[in-house]
Structure formats: structure tokens, C-alpha cells
Write a protein that binds this ligand. Structure first.
Ligand code: GAP
Length: 434
């Protein structure tokens, strides 16, 4: 069996996602809307698993982190305080031929659309989406869809301190949508206009910043190493000091090596006391923390870890996608994705769909396993085709119920990665696929 180097991995993944119900272009029947995507029946299971995986690692397993779920629209002053209204921008240039707009770094010497070589001077462009709150014309208030999910965490810092048993150092975690009217959305979901972020804001005493910054850098890299197969495709990138936001002391990205080069997966940011100070200034509310033991009063400093959920999902597909040459022109497409992220832990196949005893026995196996795992039923077509389908969506195990099952209570378990088949007792299945 050989592995094929494929130059069109992203195109093949886009096609696979559509073919197998992982990701669809949004509003496709209307011609699509650039930078917006929907997750299909298989994709939504994977996405939920991925978010649960993060939540388990970041919230459930830690005594000093709690979660929130904040709104997409907040008080408009939030975005003035955060600096987004003033300077959440990209530079854009406009092609003088076709009038399409690009980020300067996305063009080489000519327009990617029409080939003309003349552009306007770069202008700054705000990425926030605007909307209105209220019903009466004239009294509507301009508001923004959140440009980053983390602001809700700062807004609720005092609520969480007042309503939980947490004391600094502690963190608030959230998974939620963010919206950016990107100039050049593209590379599938890599740069979208609507996407999800998984954020942790970890609140610490200013003297402890260095220690916790290092701690979270390592923890987050460990997280991605457990998720992806190809560790050589992960690295840290330290932001140059002269490119840091004025309040930031340090920042690293965890990057993944994509077919278009190293690209950001998550940022780990040393934010000092900037966020709480800004919200104190703009809201007039005191967000100072009082240490319950020493009575010291201070504005907490923040270590932020902020990653893209959709982007991680895309990198997972890149990391897992294989086309294997089985010989004689037989190519197997398989997603060797982490088994906790796969949409289904196992597929249940009755060998033949019209033999009642076999179907009933297969239903028993389905019901037995579905208490603990997400499993999927497939009684259509020959077993070889069913294997191929499950390989393409990354199902780690296929379980076939046949005539022998009726005689001795054993089934065939086929492993996605090795393609090996093994005859096992039904009562041992839980241990095998667990
Ligand atoms: N609160 C900090 C913050 O928002 P960011 O680096 O702008 O930092 C964090 O975003 C993560 O969100 C990025 O590492 C990336 O994974 C994801 N992200 C940012 N813009 C995105 C976009 N247009 N489409 C998909 N994911 C995006």
C-alpha cells in the first residue's frame, strides 16, 4: 500500500465535505455568500465533538476555570472601549480595472481577478459588521456583531467574581461566534466572515503574568498535539516586539503548516490590564479586584488563549486526510481523524438488509452501543461500499452482523486505519471501540 502526495488536498477536502455532508457553502441555491459556511449532518457531529473536547480539556478538568455563554450583540460602547470602532481594520487596495478590493499582502504584482497592475493607494477598512437595535425609526441604536468573542468575558468578570467561589488566579472560558467583514475571505473556512472562537481569559496578579503566560503556552501546544497526528506541522511563532499591540508585552501564535504555508491556529496573548482598565474607563464601573486574604486591591492582568474552532476543524481535516493507493488503480480516501472528534464512533452494518433475524440482531447491537457512543446505521449496498463511505467520514470502526452472529454472538469489527478485521464477541465491543 502506498501513500500518494496530493497537490490538490484543499480542493479534494472541499469536495469531500460537500459529498459527505461535512461542510456546505452557505446559501448555495442562491449562488452562495462569500465567507459563510454551514455544517452538514456529519460536520455538525464533528464540530460538537470538537467543542466538547475543548470544553472538557479547558473547563471540566480544571478546578479554577468556569464557562460562560455571551451574546453576539452587546452595548455599542463595548467596541469603542475595546478599540475596535477606531482601529479594527485591514488595509485595502482597489484594482483600477475590475474594482475588486484586496489586502495588499494578497496580491503579488497584479490583480488576482483581472490581471491589471494598477491599484489605488492602501486605505484602512473596518471589519466590524453593523446592525441596529430597536424598533422605532429614529430611535434605533447602532450596534455591532461582536468582532471577537472574548469581550463578553471582560463584561462578566465582576459578575463571575461576585457569583462564584473563584479567586484569582482563575479563568473564564467561552466558545462563541465572532463576525468580521473580511476583505478577502477564502481558502474554504480558513478566513470566514462568521466563525467561532474558543477563548480563555485567565485573570492573574500582575506579578504572576510571566509564570502563567508560559504555562498556557505549553498547555495549549499540548492540546493541539493531542488533537493532530502530524506534530511536525505545529510550531510557535513569536510576534515581533515592534508589531505588538501597545499594551501587550508578548504574544505567540500556535501555527499549523497548511498547503499554503504556516498559518495561525491560536493566539496566546499577554494583555496586561488593558481590557478591564478600558471597560472601567468607558463604563464607569469599578472592576478592581480585592484579594480576599490579603485585601490587596489591583486590576487583574490577563493571559488570553484565543483559537478558531472552524480553523482547527479545517486543519484537522488537512491533518487526517489520506488518499491511499491500494493497487490496481484502487484509491481509498480516508479521514484518519481523532476518534473523539469523528462524527460516529462506529457504523453498524447488518450484512443483508432483508433478513429479519440479522436486522434485529444488528438493532440490538446499535441499541447497546448507542447508550455510550454515537453510532450510525448503514444497511445499504455491499459491505465494501459501506466501508468506503465510512472511511471518507472518518468512522473509526465498522461492525458487521452476519449469519455467524446468530449462531455464536460474534461480529466482525473492521478498523479504519489498518483495515484489519477481527471477529469478536458482542459483549467485548465496548472495550474494543472505547
Ligand atoms: N480575542 C483575540 C482574537 O480575537 P485573533 O487572533 O484575531 O484574536 C483568534 O483571533 C483566532 O480566531 C485566530 O487564531 C483564528 O484561529 C481565528 N480567526 C480569526 N479570524 C478568523 C476568520 N476570519 N475566519 C476563521 N477564523 C478566524
Amino acid at each position: 500500500m502506498g501513500f500518494m502526495e496530493n497537490k490538490n488536498t484543499l480542493d479534494n477536502i472541499v469536495a469531500l465535505c460537500k459529498r459527505r455532508g461535512i461542510i456546505y457553502p452557505n446559501s448555495e441555491i442562491y449562488g452562495g455568500l462569500g465567507g459563510f459556511y454551514d455544517y452538514g449532518p456529519v460536520g455538525v457531529e464533528m464540530l460538537n465533538n470538537l467543542k466538547r473536547y475543548w470544553w472538557k480539556n479547558m473547563v471540566d478538568k480544571r478546578e479554577n476555570i468556569v464557562g460562560i455563554d455571551g451574546t453576539i450583540i452587546t452595548h455599542p460602547k463595548v467596541w469603542k472601549a475595546s478599540g475596535h470602532v477606531e482601529n479594527f481594520g485591514d488595509e485595502v487596495v482597489e484594482c483600477k480595472g475590475c474594482h475588486q478590493r484586496f489586502r495588499p499582502e494578497d496580491i503579488e504584482d497584479k490583480c488576482p481577478n483581472c490581471g491589471k497592475k494598477e491599484f489605488t493607494e492602501p486605505r484602512s477598512y473596518n471589519l466590524l459588521f453593523q446592525t441596529e437595535v430597536g424598533v422605532i425609526e429614529g430611535s434605533k441604536v447602532k450596534a455591532y456583531l461582536r468582532g471577537e468573542a472574548c469581550q463578553n468575558i471582560y463584561l462578566n468578570f465582576k459578575n463571575v467574581v461576585d457569583s462564584t467561589r473563584q479567586q484569582i488566579p482563575f479563568g473564564i472560558a467561552q466558545i462563541g461566534k465572532a463576525f468580521r467583514n473580511e476583505v478577502t475571505p477564502g481558502r474554504f473556512t480558513f478566513r470566514s466572515r462568521e466563525f467561532e472562537q474558543w477563548d480563555l481569559q485567565f485573570f492573574v496578579h500582575p506579578d504572576d503574568m510571566g509564570k502563567y503566560f508560559e504555562y498556557w503556552k505549553e498547555e495549549r501546544m499540548k492540546f493541539y498535539k493531542e488533537l493532530y497526528r502530524k506534530h511536525e506541522n505545529l510550531r510557535f511563532y513569536q510576534h515581533p516586539k515592534d508589531k505588538l499591540a501597545f499594551y501587550a508585552k508578548d504574544a505567540y501564535d500556535i501555527e499549523y503548516l497548511t498547503p499554503w504555508g504556516w498559518a495561525e491556529n491560536e493566539g496566546i496573548h499577554w494583555r496586561c490590564d488593558y481590557d478591564l482598565t478600558q471597560h472601567m474607563k468607558f463604563s464607569g464601573t469599578d472592576l478592581t479586584y480585592t484579594d480576599p486574604i490579603t485585601n490587596e486591591k489591583y486590576i487583574p492582568n490577563i493571559v488570553e488563549t484565543s483559537g478558531g474552532v472552524g480553523r482547527t476543524f479545517l486543519y484537522l481535516l488537512l491533518d487526517a486526510y489520506e488518499e491511499e493507493d491500494l493497487g490496481e488503480g484502487n484509491i481509498r480516501t480516508v479521514l484518519k481523524i481523532h476518534k473523539d472528534i469523528a462524527a460516529y464512533r462506529a457504523a453498524i452494518f447488518p450484512l443483508v438488509g432483508n433478513k429479519e433475524e440479522i436486522v434485529n440482531k444488528a438493532r440490538e447491537v446499535f441499541n447497546l452501543l448507542s447508550d455510550s457512543y454515537k453510532v450510525v446505521w448503514d444497511g445499504r449496498g455491499n459491505i465494501g461500499k459501506r466501508y468506503r463511505y465510512q472511511d471518507e467520514i472518518g468512522t473509526p470502526y465498522c461492525i458487521t452482523i452476519d449469519y455467524e452472529t446468530l449462531e455464536n454472538g460474534t461480529v466482525t469489527v473492521r478498523d479504519r486505519d489498518t483495515m484489519k478485521q477481527e471477529r469478536v464477541k458482542i459483549e467485548d465491543l465496548d472495550e474494543i471501540i472505547g
